[in-house]
Design a protein around this ligand. Structure first.
Ligand code: ADP
Ligand code: MG
Ligand code: ZN
Length: 630
């Protein structure tokens, strides 16, 4: 590991040492000059005769004989006259070879008489120069070490500002492709790399060069880090990893030296995998930045040159991971560097089921658990969410004192992940409860009474921690990859039906519909601006998605005037859908009252209970499917 003692012969270290010494010397000089200024105020030189006179007057307190002089301090009767820094006024007397001196001093009754013969130049030098220097050196070293530690990473005293990040090295990752489910295409692309690491000779013999690097691209939590580890595990080679942000420090040059270090170690331990996680932290495009960032540019340049420099036939493969591929510097993506791109998408239905299987391996399951149903209910979830759901379900089973996890645990766990935990202490007033109930039943009725919508799974008016006061859970019967215009319109209608119910029943509106409004508007806007679903703009692309893998804002591609027209087109869709929702609910006011009353009583009802009431009601007056024209 690069932490610990500094390597020998490093120019950097000699420089640091020199500056330490210079600093200590300067500091000590300043102290010495200051001290002598203070003492010299009260140290005067007097003649030997004057000294003898003082002895006669019995004014001498102490005499100290040094090799070439006497240091004499004076007796002072009045304490107020005593100097600030010394007990007595001090005089220096040039040494005279006087054999009777000792007698004279004793006679005069001086308190102390000492003969400091060895108080030599060397001693003085040691005390006033070397000792402070050493002390300063120790203090500064300790200080720096604590600073370096704070910046993440131990490191010897000299490695300050040097490589203090821990390169995360694993001999064996213990992860294989079997642990990564639902990413078959990604695994296939990476398989070649595994094979290459197993037997590079096979490729070298034919003259084939393998890509030096592959970039794993996809949304957060889809298993990019996991896949990189699995490649190392499959190939049975060491795994060196460092996160992109580890490279970027406040000191210019640190990142670059870390890159150098990482590659030095990797080449020494080839074959192996070098993994740079969140590579966008250093790989951000160098242009389009205000002011730029020297440190990051240096680090990136170092990375680029290291990638060019090493010999891939030795068996070092570099993997990078990012969820923002569009910000990466072009130089990083050119052939010879990260020239291969492996897309790691959010899993589909089958993928989610497979991921569930991986994660429930060590979980005791009840007989009623239906993994397919769970996979259906987790549409849009990434692998990390699913792992989280399985764990939440297991925790709930423990909490409820069961020894097996059953389906209800999983369903509740999905809700916890999507909507947050139940907030039992939030008490709604009777009136609020009633409004929330009608609002939710409004959603549920709208979805049930339209053609192409998802069935209702559950309706609840128990508040959740993530802000909802109640919600209607829908489950798709099958996973869909395409959505028709009709389906989108119906979904917007469903979203607006909550508010519509409030209007129909209470003839008032509340703040409860804000999330519905946001989602409905976004959907309507996408219809007009992205999917070419409006007559007004035909198939013109007016907006594009900026961050494909993170939910970023869309970028407008049209003039401002056009944009204003888009708004009015969106408004038209929303108004139509809103009207529709009101129509549906007015026609079914009877059943709306009935189900809402049931919901208020029970607080949570299942989709089955909901459909039973709806059907018994509709068998009276023939069930009417609402057709929407648009
Ligand atoms: P990313 O690096 O893409 O953000 P990770 O690789 O760190 O995501 O995934 C986090 C966790 O989610 C993994 O440790 C694993 O438990 C789980 N996970 C994610 N994707 C998968 C998958 N495809 N198969 C199995 N588990 C997965
Ligand atoms: Mg990751
Ligand atoms: Zn709502």
């Amino acid at each position: 590991m690069p932490t610990g003692k500094e390597p020998k012969g490093n120019g950097n270290d000699t420089k640091t040492l020199m500056s330490f010494i210079i600093m200590a010397v300067i500091f000590t000089s300043v102290i010495n000059i200051f001290m002598s200024a203070v003492t010299s105020r009260q140290t005067q030189e007097i003649s030997y005769t004057q000294f003898l006179q003082m002895l006669d007057d019995k004014k001498v307190a102490t005499v100290e004989r040094q090799s070439d002089r006497l240091i004499v301090t004076e007796k002072v009767d009045d304490e107020s006259q005593v100097g600030l820094y010394q007990k007595h006024n001090t005089y220096i007397v040039g040494a005279v070879d006087d054999p009777e001196l000792t007698d004279r001093i004793i006679e005069s009754g001086a308190v102390q008489f000492s003969n400091v013969e060895n108080n030599s130049v060397i001693y003085e030098f040691m005390v006033s120069w070397v000792l402070p220097s050493i002390l300063i050196y120790i203090v500064v070293t300790l200080l720096m070490r604590s600073v370096a530690k704070k910046m993440g990473g131990g490191g010897g005293p000299m490695s300050f500002g040097k490589n203090t990040a821990k390169i995360y090295a694993q001999k064996e990752t213990g992860v294989t492709f079997a642990d990564v489910a639902g990413q078959e295409e990604a695994k296939e692309s990476l398989n070649e790399i595994v094979d290459f690491l197993h037997q590079p000779e096979k490729y070298n013999a034919i003259g084939a060069k393998l890509p030096k690097g592959a970039l794993l691209v996809g949304p957060p939590g889809t298993g990019k880090t996991l896949l990189a580890k699995a490649v190392a595990g499959e190939a049975n080679v060491p795994f060196y990893s460092l996160s992109g942000s580890d490279f970027v420090e406040m000191f210019v040059g640190v990142g670059a030296s870390r890159v150098r270090d990482l590659f030095k170690q990797a080449v020494a331990n080839a074959p192996c995998i070098v993994f740079i996680d969140e590579i966008d932290a250093i790989g951000k495009s160098r242009d389009n930045q205000m002011g730029g960032n020297d440190e990051r540019e240096q680090t990136l340049n170092q990375l680029l040159s290291e990638m060019d420099g090493f010999d891939s036939s030795k068996g070092v493969v570099i993997l990078g991971a990012t969820n923002r591929p569009e910000v990466l510097d072009k130089a990083l993506l050119r052939p010879g560097r990260f020239d291969r791109r492996v897309i790691v998408e959010k899993p589909d239905l089958k993928g989610r089921e497979d991921i569930l299987k991986v994660h429930v391996k060590d979980v005791k399951l009840g007989d009623d658990v239906d993994l397919n149903a769970i996979a259906l209910g987790t549409s849009g979830c990434a692998g990390a969410d699913i792992a989280n759901i399985v764990n939440e379900a297991a925790l709930r089973a423990v909490r409820l004192g069961r020894d097996k996890v059953n389906q209800s645990d999983f369903m509740e766990a999905i809700e916890v992940i999507i909507a947050g935990k139940e907030k039992k202490d939030r008490i709604l007033t009777e009136k609020e409860k009633k409004i929330v109930a009608y609002h939710e039943v409004g959603h549920a009725l709208a979805t049930a009474l339209q053609k192409n919508t998802m069935p209702v799974q559950k309706i609840t008016i128990v508040p959740r921690t993530m802000g909802s006061l109640g919600y209607t859970m829908q489950m798709p019967e099958e996973e869909k990859y395409l959505m028709s215009k009709e389906e989108m319109i119906e979904q917007i209608t469903t979203l607006l039906a909550g508010r519509a119910a409030e209007e129909v029943i209470f003839n008032t509106v509340t703040t409860g519909a804000s999330n519905d409004i946001e989602r409905a508007t976004a959907m309507a806007r996408a219809m007009v601006a992205q999917y070419g679903m409006s007559d007004r703009f035909d198939m013109m692309g007016l907006e594009s998605i900026q961050n494909k893998y993170l939910d970023g804002r869309n970028v407008r591609n049209c003039a401002e005037v056009t944009s204003a027209e888009v708004d009015s087109e969106v408004l038209k869709i929303i108004t139509d859908c809103h009207k529709n929702a009101i129509d549906i609910l007015k026609k079914n006011e009877g059943v709306l009252h009935k189900i809402a009353a049931f919901l208020i009583e029970k607080e949570t009802i299942t989709g089955k209970e909901f459909m039973e009431i709806l059907e018994s009601e509709n068998s009276n007056d023939e069930k009417e499917k609402v057709n929407i024209e648009f």
